[in-house]
Design a protein around this ligand. Structure first.
Ligand code: GLA
Length: 386
C-alpha cells in the first residue's frame, strides 16, 4: 500500500515522463547503542525504520540522467560521461552513479524522481537512504548483479567520495539489511550480522528531534575519525595491538595518555568503553533486560558528550529531562551528533506525560519546537509495487 509520500513521488514522475517507473523504498535507521564505533572495529545495533526515501526510476534509452528531488524542489540533468562532484543532495546521487562507473558498470540514461519522509540532519541517516535507494534501483534496472552487502559497501564509498564524509558502514548496512521487528547486531570488523527480535513489552522507542543541526557535523566527524586513527597508531606501536577491540579495559590506555595528548586520549577512552558497553548491551537486550540496557544508553550519552564531544546543549538537555523521569529507562543522542535526535525507551503509559513535559521545557529553553518522531522497525531497501 502506497502512502502519501510514495504516491507523490510516483505522481510527479508520471507528470514528467511517459514511461512506467519502478518504485523503491529505502529506509532511514535508528541505532540502539554503539555510536561512533562502526569505523573503530566495534559492534553496533541499528535497525531500519518505517520512514525513508522513495524512488521512482525508469530507463530512458539516452545518455542523460534526469534527477528530480521532490524535497528540495530541484532538478538536475547530467550526461553519464559528465558525472562529477557537485553540492548538496546532488553529491549523494551523483556519487552513487560514480561508484558504479568506477566498478566499470555501464550506467546509461534514466529518469528518476525521489523524495521522502525523513528530515535531513535529524540523525536518522537520510543520506544512507538516498544512496541505498538509488544504488538498489540502478543495480536492478541494469542487472548489475551486486548483492546487498556489496551495495552497502558501494554506498559507503559513495558517501566518502563526493560528499567527503568518512562514515562507517552502519547506516548503509542497516539500510540494506533491515528486517521488520528485528535489531541488527553488526560486527563492523567482519562486516557480518545477526538479527534478534526486539521485544519491548510495555515500553516504546520514541525519538525526539532537537531540530538543530550544527554545521560542525560533517567536518568534526572526520576530525573524530582522524583522532581515533592517531590514537590507534600509538597503541599499535607501543602496545602491539591491531584494533581497539583488543583492549579489555580503558585503564590500559592510561600509560599512553601523555603521548596521545588529552583530546586523543579521551576519544580513545570513549571508543574502548563503548565497544565493551555495546557487547554487554547486546547480551542484555537479548535477555530482555531492558532496564539494565537503558542504563548503558545513558552511559553512552555521557561518553559521547564528555569524552567524544559530539553532543550539544540541546541534546544534553533532552537526555537530562529523560534522566529525571524514572519511566524513561534509557536515553541518549543518536547518530553522528551535533544535533538531530535523542532515542528514548519509555514506559508506554508515561509516554504522553514525559513528552509533553520534555517538549514544553525544551521549547521554553531554546525557543525551538522539538519534533516527536514515532518509528517502527521496518525492512531494508526494496522494490515496492506501484
Ligand atoms: C553517522 C555515520 C555512521 C556512524 C554514526 C555514528 O551516522 O554515517 O557511519 O559512524 O554517524 O555512530
Amino acid at each position: 500500500m502506497l502512502n502519501e509520500v510514495s504516491k507523490k513521488v510516483r505522481d510527479i514522475f508520471k507528470e514528467n515522463y511517459s514511461s512506467t517507473p519502478h518504485l523503491y523504498y529505502s529506509p532511514g535507521r535508528i541505532n540502539f547503542i554503539g555510536e561512533h564505533i562502526d569505523y573503530n572495529d566495534g559492534f553496533v545495533m541499528p535497525a531500519a525504520i518505517n520512514k525513508g526515501i522513495y524512488y521512482a526510476i525508469a530507463l530512458n534509452n539516452t545518455e542523460e540522467i534526469n534527477f528530480t528531488s521532490v524535497d528540495f524542489n530541484e532538478k538536475l540533468t547530467i550526461n553519464t560521461r559528465d558525472i562529477k562532484k557537485m553540492t548538496g543532495w546532488k553529491n549523494y546521487v551523483l556519487s552513487v552513479v560514480n561508484e558504479f562507473l568506477l566498478l566499470k558498470k555501464e550506467v546509461k540514461g534514466f529518469d528518476c524522481v525521489f523524495g521522502g519522509d525523513i528530515a535531513d540532519g535529524a540523525g536518522i541517516s537520510s543520506s544512507a537512504a538516498v544512496e541505498g535507494g538509488l544504488a538498489f534501483g540502478i543495480n536492478e534496472l541494469f542487472n548489475f548483479g551486486l548483492n546487498r552487502k556489496e551495495l552497502a559497501l558501494l554506498c559507503q564509498r559513495a558517501e566518502h567520495n563526493f560528499p567527503g564524509v568518512m562514515c562507517g558502514i552502519m547506516d548503509q548496512y542497516a539500510n540494506m539489511f533491515g528486517k521488520k521487528d528485528n535489531v541488527i547486531l553488526l560486527d563492523c570488523r567482519s562486516v557480518e550480522h545477526e538479527y534478534f527480535p526486539l521485544k519491548l513489552e510495555g515500553y516504546e522507542i520514541v525519538l525526539i528531534n532537537t531540530k538543530v543541526h550544527h554545521n560542525l557535523a560533517s567536518s568534526e566527524y572526520n576530525v573524530r575519525r582522524k583522532q581515533c586513527e592517531q590514537g590507534l597508531e600509538i597503541l599499535k606501536k607501543e602496545k602491539g595491538i591491531n584494533s581497539f577491540r583488543d583492549i579489555k579495559s580503558s585503564n590500559e590506555l592510561l600509560p599512553f595518555k601523555d603521548k596521545m595528548g588529552d583530546k586523543v586520549y579521551d576519544r580513545c577512552k570513549y571508543v574502548v568503553e563503548e565497544i565493551l558497553r555495546t557487547q554487554q548491551a547486546a547480551k542484555l537486550l537479548q535477555q530482555n533486560n531492558l532496564s539494565e540496557f537503558g542504563k548503558l544508553m545513558f552511559d553512552t550519552h555521557e561518553g559521547l558528550s564528555k569524552l567524544y564531544e559530539v553532543s550539544c546543549k540541546e541534546l544534553d538537555f533532552l537526555v537530562e529531562k529523560a534522566r529525571e523521569n524514572k519511566d524513561v529507562i534509557g536515553s541518549r543522542m543518536m547518530g553522528g551528533g551535533f544535533g538531530g535526535c535523542t532515542i528514548n525507551i519509555i514506559k508506554k503509559e508515561s509516554i504522553k506525560d514525559f513528552l509533553s513535559d520534555a517538549t514544553v521545557a525544551y521549547q521554553k529553553k531554546f525557543q525551538i519546537e522539538p519534533e516527536v518522531i514515532e518509528v517502527q522497525i521496518g525492512d531494508g531497501t526494496n522494490e515496492i509495487s506501484i
